[in-house]
Design a protein around this ligand. Structure first.
Ligand code: FO1
Length: 311
């Protein structure tokens, strides 16, 4: 644990981002670490309010994440899904028995009128997560994926259709009127470093930046703004980022992602496999760190976090 470091804010989506968040959690004192999480993937399913990225971050920090999928809970059982299948209910979105407890509590607290941020903090506290985890805003923002087969709500595209439809655009329903909460504003204003985790830039980072007041705060921040490329060796570390970039006409490389995020970044971390892009990135005006970014275990997560904090 490093005590000389200042306040760190990390922006994250789901599985890819949560790994680096976990690395930061290992090396930054919890009172100095705030994670701002994408809520564009949230949806209502079977009457439940589901927040996949918040839960992925929370389970990962609590040491409860499923080791293979990265989402959901380790040691999960699937009795509810089996019963649902017997009723011929919708089984395309897998809800494990343990995970279900989170959705039930969140949904019931939301119905009581409790703020989303308070609910998130309470769930984290009860699972022993000691840093601050904040939803990007209180208002519902819903990622809508425009495809050659029409517009799809995020989870329909991502899970039900397994990211197969060709993407022509992405919009964030509700982002125009959403505002960052006081806690989010304070965290960004007090940040001495802002880190963009290697989450999908188009599906996980863009919804956070679509909250325009939040984007303005980040752009105005004088803190180092350090991103980690989710593209390594021409492929996404996880998920459909490379496929979507190609479909939207972007160069599938750390340079393509850096260009997309250029106005919110000052530093860019790339993998050794992509060393050849270093000069091009430097010409974009970015400070570049070349290191191992593929985090295969807890020690490698902590190692990458330490290197970022040293920039
Ligand atoms: N991802 C899947 O690919 N299939 C699922 O059935 C699924 C269920 C699920 C349940 C709870 C949860 O928190 C996440 C879940 N995810 C599932 C992951 C999720 O849809 C995506 O990982 C994120 O939204 C993308 O970051």
């Amino acid at each position: 644990m490093t005590n000389s470091i200042g306040n760190v804010v990390a922006l994250a989506g789901g599985v890819g981002g949560a790994k680096l968040v976990h690395g930061l959690y290992q090396v930054v004192p919890p009172e100095k670490l705030t994670i701002i999480v994408n809520t564009g993937d949230d949806f209502e399913h079977l009457g439940l309010s589901i927040s996949p990225d918040l839960d992925t971050v929370m389970y990962t920090l609590a040491g409860l994440a499923h080791p293979q999928t990265g989402w959901g809970v380790r040691g999960e059982s699937w009795n509810m899904m089996a019963a649902l299948a017997r009723y011929a209910g919708p089984t395309w979105f897998q809800l494990g028995d343990r995970d279900l407890a989170t959705h039930l509590l969140r949904t019931s607290w939301l119905r009581e009128g409790q703020p989303y941020q308070t609910i998130t903090a309470e769930l984290c506290r009860r699972l022993g997560v000691s840093c601050t985890v904040l939803p990007m805003c209180e208002e519902p923002v819903r990622t809508m994926v425009q495809t050659q087969e029409g517009e799809l709500p995020f989870q329909e595209y991502f899970v039900r259709q397994r990211c197969q439809p060709i993407v022509t655009g992405i919009r964030f329903d509700g982002a125009e009127t959403a505002k960052p909460s006081r806690a989010v504003v304070t965290a960004i204003r007090q940040a001495e470093m802002i880190i963009f985790c290697p989450s999908n830039p188009w599906l996980s980072i863009d919804p956070i930046l679509a909250v325009s007041a939040l984007r303005r705060l980040i752009v105005a921040s004088q803190a180092p703004k350090i991103g980690v490329s989710p593209i390594v060796g021409g492929q996404a570390l996880k998920g459909p980022a490379a496929k979507i970039m190609a479909e939207l006409g972007w160069e599938v490389s750390p340079v393509g992602v850096a260009r997309h995020l250029r106005d919110v970044l000052t530093c860019w971390v790339i993998d050794k496999a992509d060393q050849s892009y270093q000069n091009e990135l430097t010409h974009l005006g970015l400070q570049v760190l070349v290191t191992n970014t593929v985090m295969k275990n807890d020690a490698e997560r902590a190692q990458l976090a330490r290197e970022i904090l040293g920039m």
